[in-house]
Design a protein. Structure first.
Length: 305
């Protein structure tokens, strides 16, 4: 077994850092005040139960990973007197919770970790690297972040017991979770479009950024707006161009097209399809209205492009 090891005082600039690491014989643990940082437990052999007052209980079996949140009172009770091996890594930092959630290691619940022995070896390697003087916090922060990312690729869904416990406690159903995930992805997709409508942004890159295929993202746009994602983005750019022309009535069509990242001839064609007239005619109309308001006389000329 590898003794409990603490690392040095973390650099205040680190948003994710290694706090402790070790392995031990599976035994009863009781922490009424919780632990100061997130803990990743890996059960190599044996079987036991994590109990969290007010939250519930989870059975953890060999080959599974369990993440405990900081400051949460908990107790671990082995199911057998033939204790197995339990490894642990303590992770701190402002970004720790967000990273663990985004990678699927939270919320609390046992995760079956395929290639378990690979990760057990990496935990022991981290311990020995500390023993051999690898205490530089920036290096260990990188190692821990990569470990979390790799774990996220090898975890399987929550086991049946955890899903039943969540259902009993009023958690979202599977379909509700999927719907919530789709809502979040769609909201992020729309936000990206509104943020980057001036850039050379393709729908396939939006889809990649929110973790969906183009086909799936298009289905979401059809459900909510009755158009494809590309059509939504195109309409957004045309609307933004129209708003820009309101503020710059003497601008050229080329300037308007470039402002929203569209090729000028395509912009003219799509603008007419969307608003019923070319941007050049609309610019002329707006200039005439402004001159009438300002009583400055008729428009002498207009450059279409």
């Amino acid at each position: 077994m590898l003794a409990f090891r603490l690392t040095g005082l973390p650099d205040s600039r680190l948003s994710l850092y290694l706090y402790c690491v070790g392995t031990q014989e599976e035994k009863v643990q009781f922490r009424p005040d919780g632990f100061p940082v997130y803990q990743l437990f890996l059960l190599r052999s044996g079987k036991g139960e994590f109990k969290v007052p007010g939250e519930g209980a989870w059975t953890v079996s060999a080959g599974e990973l369990f993440v405990m949140e900081p400051g949460v009172a908990h107790e671990y009770i082995p199911h057998s007197k033939t204790y197995g091996e339990l490894g642990y890594i303590g992770i701190g930092g402002e970004a720790a919770g967000a990273v663990l959630r985004s990678t699927g290691l939270l919320p609390m619940g046992p995760r079956n970790l395929s290639e378990f022995e690979q990760f057990w070896s990496r935990v022991t390697d981290i311990w020995y690297s500390l023993d051999h003087g690898m205490t530089e916090m920036w290096n260990s922060s990188t190692i821990i972040y990569q470990l979390i990312l790799d774990m996220s690729r090898f975890i399987l869904p929550l086991n049946d017991e955890t899903e039943e416990r969540e259902a009993r406690s009023g958690s979202l159903t599977r379909s509700e979770r999927e719907s919530e995930s789709a809502n979040e992805a769609f909201t992020r997709a729309v936000s990206l479009m509104h943020t980057h409508y001036q850039d050379d942004l393709l729908l396939k890159h939006v889809a990649e950024a929110v973790g969906y295929s183009v086909q799936h993202l298009n289905r979401l746009f059809h459900q909510r707006h009755g158009v494809t994602g590309h059509q939504y983005m195109q309409r957004l750019r045309l609307q933004k161009a129209s708003e820009w022309l309101d503020k710059h009535p003497r601008a050229s069509v080329r300037e308007a097209a470039e402002t929203v990242g569209m090729e000028v001839n395509y912009f003219i064609r799509m603008y007419k399809r969307e608003f019923g007239e070319t941007p050049g005619k609309e610019i002329k109309h707006r200039i005439q209205l402004k001159m009438e308001r300002d009583s400055t006389g008729p428009v002498d000329h207009l450059y279409e492009v």
